[in-house]
Design a protein around this ligand. Structure first.
Ligand SMILES: [Zn+2]
Length: 970
């Protein structure tokens, strides 16, 4: 789909491609494909002398290569990467667009019976998502048979141990490799093309054994949209960078919504991640290996503590086993700087390749030393001395979960300590040297070939372990303290129950609907309750996702979130069941929960109950041309209770029924309006403000708004500086971003040279999701003044998380103080209690409890001045009087930590969680947390949605501010 001006060499290569494809097609049609081993009968095929010469030239020091990658066979009839791309992999200043990457794999597959390309879906921007299989002719011919073997091993309930043994003897492990999950980490996606070719054609004993004993599968680029944008950016800016003269900014977007968080997308919200999960559950590769580039020179993940204790102990043996093998082999080849252990832990199950460990396989991960795009750059590593950081623990200095991924920053920050010798880093890289894209290729490819060597040496061990872990998972459900979970029927909001159950189903977890009333020691649950039994292959994953996270110790830090408990995050009831009787409950298997709302009665009006469903805002927008009011007090119609916040819809009521049913809501026809105060639900003109320097957390808000069909303009500094914001918008949301108010205002440092993010004929993928002639400089004080004017003119400014420092520190909300937690405080995304102080406020429509579980997002400690500083002498003993405008607060303290980890929980005691500050004719609503965090905390989304929907009635519910009863809403 993408066309761009190519260098002449690429055009030449196109001609070659046609030739190769013709060869392939002809061979295929005669049933006699070139097999890539022309000289195989007599020995190793001839190597390409040019490859050897150029790779040597591009490798900056001899020790940065290995005997595994310093040569490449040249095979008549099978295209090497150069034959299609026009250059060998790792040439300085050459990066490949996704379409050309696909072109290469397809040419290779057309020419070799050892390669197959399979489409698995489309990216957000429509790019073909593929998995490439490479293996022996026989493996590729019988892929479906091998898939079947792995599927049998994955569900041991269908086979006996004896049968498993027979299957293991016939089966082959699939080893899955994935590059380009993080689009700025460009090297591995280049390298994998060469790897695929090498595995297909090389006849060295090592590669031949890999080809015969293992099926290699490859995700060429996990985020292809971001890949192309990065390659554009590289050719526009990065290629001209020299030492001391860098662009000063990265490309503002990778994928459509997010950057690094595609490796934190625990609920597989992004379609690229979802496509891979769907593929995984069909193919069951026992190993999933993600290739990143952020550490010096190659870090191989070994699964350090803290550990998810639900995962099989076998896994914790396998991980360092393979990592240590790689470290020893690469060290033997003379490659310095290969290490393990001190970087990423095994706590959060949300990393992409964790789909493997979560399903009884094995997650693997590399961090390979990157370059600046494809430029050769100087690395300045410290000498092997000094105390360095405590690398053995966590390894992540800095912010709580949700802060930008440290990949890129860690390269810089971690360099000195990565030059230090440790038990897990016996031969660190030190000193100064040039580092090239080819070095990155050499390290990555040598590592991967070594991992494949290990797998090819012990294929049966890998398969036996996969089977045993699956078997153990089923057994654990029968012997562990937790036998299952029940999601009771009859919950007020069934839509979030449906979301939760469907997310479990998406992960392959079996869920049943109880055929009759369930009686277990924990209680009696009605028929139709959802039952998750743990004696299933993915029973451990169910436990991991549904249980309260109990952090293992008081010292260790974790790389990402410490908690994710799905019931709490979505504020739905999930009961943990110890009673083994739950395993025998008769259930109907659930494929997918389909939302079916209920509509009863008739009338000229319809009342739609607000039970906290996030679909309420969708309904409002789907019925945007109808008159919709909301009730400010609860009322009853027949036996249905309509809480405050319920909608009263009038006009073309025939449209209400299908809309309500499709969204899983509850509606009743009314003859006349209820006699309670109401206000009109006017539709605001909404904008979402984004800096250019940190668009990812804005992306999650955009994703949630898009999913729930809430229209908005995405605006940047240029629009803000233009002024007259109130003329265009009623509500502006500034999502959590940038970390500090200063960065929110001044954003990317201006170095006196404009950096444009614009589409052009040559750079088609730039200028998407916004355009600017200069992305540097931020909104500046001019922009601050415009936001102030917006609020004073009657606008509603909503700030989330770290963005709430902004109104406090830049004087828009002068009575609000925003401070930070102490250095002792540590809470990577704990789930904690929040106390609703003004339940009648429209922001809390749909919430029926005073205390709700929320994710602590590491935003500011907010307080409203009441004269003296109530926090001057440390946290007060009891709750202080509530200052004006605090709508919700954190009770704080260890007792209110519900899941995960919060050290120093007293620091947040009675701090404001949501503040409403009047400003002129408008107001500023400040959230300390992030109510739309990574498609996870569905229970909090409504706090933001209600704010938007009731933007001009946020005084409703306050004494003396009640709306008018009956139809005369405001
Ligand atoms: Zn990465």
């Amino acid at each position: 789909m993408s066309q761009w001006r190519r260098p002449a060499r690429l055009l030449a290569s196109l001609f070659l491609l046609v030739v190769w494809m013709t060869v392939g097609i002809v061979a295929q049609s005669t049933g006699n494909k070139a097999v890539g081993s022309s000289a195989a009968a007599t020995g190793r095929p001839a190597d390409d002398p040019e490859f050897a010469r150029l790779v040597k030239e591009w490798t900056t020091k001899p020790e940065f290569s290995s005997p595994l990658v310093d040569h490449l066979p040249k095979i008549a009839g099978v295209p090497s990467p150069k034959d299609v791309l026009g250059h060998h992999i790792g040439e300085p200043k050459k990066l490949t667009y996704y379409a050309d990457i696909l072109k290469y794999y397809r040419a290779l597959a057309a020419a070799s019976p050892r390669v197959k390309v399979m489409s698995i879906g489309r990216s957000n921007e429509g790019r073909d998502l593929v998995v490439v299989f490479v293996g022996a002719d026989e493996s590729i011919k019988n892929l479906e048979t091998y898939r079947g073997y792995l599927a049998q091993l994955a569900d041991p309930r269908t086979i006996s141990d004896a049968q498993a043994k027979e299957i293991v003897a016939k089966a082959k492990p699939i080893y899955h490799l994935s590059g380009g999950l993080h689009s700025g980490e460009v090297g591995p996606s280049e390298m994998l093309m060469e790897l695929a070719y090498r595995v297909a054609v090389e006849d060295s004993p090592l590669v031949k054994k890999i080809r015969d004993n293992v099926i290699v599968s490859i995700t060429p680029v996990a985020d292809p949209d971001g890949r192309d944008r990065n390659v554009d950016w590289y050719y526009k800016y990065g290629i001209n960078e020299t030492e001391g003269r860098t662009t000063g900014a990265g490309v503002p977007y990778w994928g459509k919504y997010i950057f690094h968080d595609d490796n934190r997308d625990i609920n597989y919200s992004q379609i690229e991640m979802r496509a891979l999960l769907d593929w995984y559950l069909q193919w069951h590769p026992p190993i999933m290996h993600d290739l990143h580039q952020a550490q010096t020179l190659l870090y191989t993940f070994s699964g350090q503590a803290p550990h998810n204790p639900n995962l099989d102990p076998i896994l914790y043996g396998e991980l360092p086993m393979m990592a240590n093998f790689e470290m020893a082999q690469m060290t033997k080849y003379g490659m310095p700087g290969v290490w393990t252990h001190g970087y990423v832990d095994m706590w959060s199950p949300g990393y992409l390749a964790f789909m493997s460990s979560n399903h009884n396989g094995m997650i693997r991960m590399y961090e390979i030393q990157g370059t600046s795009g494809a430029n050769t750059t100087k690395l300045r590593l410290g000498p092997a001395a000094g105390s360095g950081q405590a690398t053995g623990r966590g390894g992540r200095a800095g912010g709580p979960g949700g802060a930008p991924e440290p990949d890129a920053a860690a390269v810089t920050a971690g360099r000195s300590n990565q030059s230090q010798r440790e038990w897990f880093r016996p031969w660190p890289a030190t000193g100064e040297f040039d580092w090239s894209l080819r070095n990155n290729t050499n390290y990555g490819e040598t590592g991967v070939l070594t991992a494949l060597q290990y797998t090819a040496a012990f294929p049966n061990v890998i398969l036996e372990n996969f089977y045993q872990k699956s078997r153990n998972s089923v057994n654990a459900g029968r012997t562990d303290a937790v036998a299952g979970f029940i999601i009771p029927a009859g919950q007020r909001d069934t839509t979030r129950v449906a979301v939760l159950v469907n997310l479990l189903r998406m992960q392959g977890i079996e869920v049943g609907s109880a055929k009759s009333e369930v009686r277990v020691k924990e209680g009696t649950f009605p028929a139709g309750s959802y039952v998750v039994k743990r004696d299933q292959p993915y029973g451990r994953l169910a436990k991991t996702l549904l249980e309260k996270q109990v952090y293992p110790d008081a010292v260790t830090r974790t790389y990402d979130d410490a908690s994710w408990t799905m019931g709490m995050m979505s504020q739905t009831e999930v009961r943990e069941i110890a009673d083994k009787a739950v395993l025998d409950v008769t259930v109907t298997p659930v494929t997918e929960v389909k939302l079916t709302g209920t509509v009863s009665g008739t009338g000229s009006l319809f009342a739609v109950a607000h039970y906290g469903s996030n679909n309420m805002i969708t309904l409002r927008y789907r019925l945007k041309d109808l008159k919709v009011q909301t009730v400010e007090k609860e009322f009853k119609q027949g036996d249905v209770t309509f809480p405050a916040g319920s909608f009263i819809v009038s006009g073309d009521v025939a449209r209400v029924r299908p809309a309500v049913e499709a969204l899983g809501l509850t509606a009743v026809g009314l003859a006349s309006a209820p006699l309670v105060p109401m206000h009109d639900l006017d539709l605001p003109r909404v904008a979402v403000y984004s800096t250019w320097g940190s668009t990812q957390d804005v992306g999650w808000i955009r994703f949630a708004f898009d999913k729930f069909e809430l229209p908005y303009d995405l605006i940047y500094k240029d629009r803000v500086r233009e002024g007259n914001l109130k003329g265009a918008y009623d509500v502006i949301v500034i999502p959590h971003q940038a970390g500090t108010a200063k960065r929110l205002v001044f954003d990317i440092d201006s170095r006196g040279q404009a950096i444009a993010y614009k589409k052009s004929e040559r750079f088609k993928y730039l200028g998407m999701y916004g355009e600017s002639d200069d992305i540097t400089g931020g909104m500046g004080l001019e922009g601050v003044a415009e936001f102030d004017k917006f609020a004073k003119a009657g606008g509603v400014l909503v700030t989330l998380g770290a963005a709430s420092f902004f109104p406090a520190e830049f004087g828009l909300a002068p009575k609000v103080d925003a401070t930070r937690t102490s250095a002792q405080f540590y809470s990577p995304g704990a789930i904690i209690d929040a106390e609703i102080l003004q339940p009648e406020n429209p922001i809390f429509y749909g919430y029926d409890k005073k205390m709700i579980p929320v994710r602590y997002g590491g935003g500011p400690l907010l307080s409203v001045q009441t004269g003296g500083n109530p926090f001057a002498d440390g946290p007060p003993a009891g709750p202080p009087p509530t200052p004006q405008g605090v709508l919700m607060r954190y009770p704080g303290g260890d007792d209110h930590v519900l899941s995960g980890l919060m050290r120093g929980a007293n620091e947040i005691r009675n701090r404001a969680a949501i503040i409403d500050q009047p400003s002129g004719k408008g107001r500023i609503i400040m959230f300390a947390g992030n109510p739309c965090y990574r498609w996870q905390n569905f229970g909090e989304f409504n706090l933001l949605f209600n704010t938007v929907l009731n933007y001009n009635d946020l005084e409703a519910g306050k004494a003396g501010a009640a709306g008018t009863a009956g139809q005369a809403g405001r």
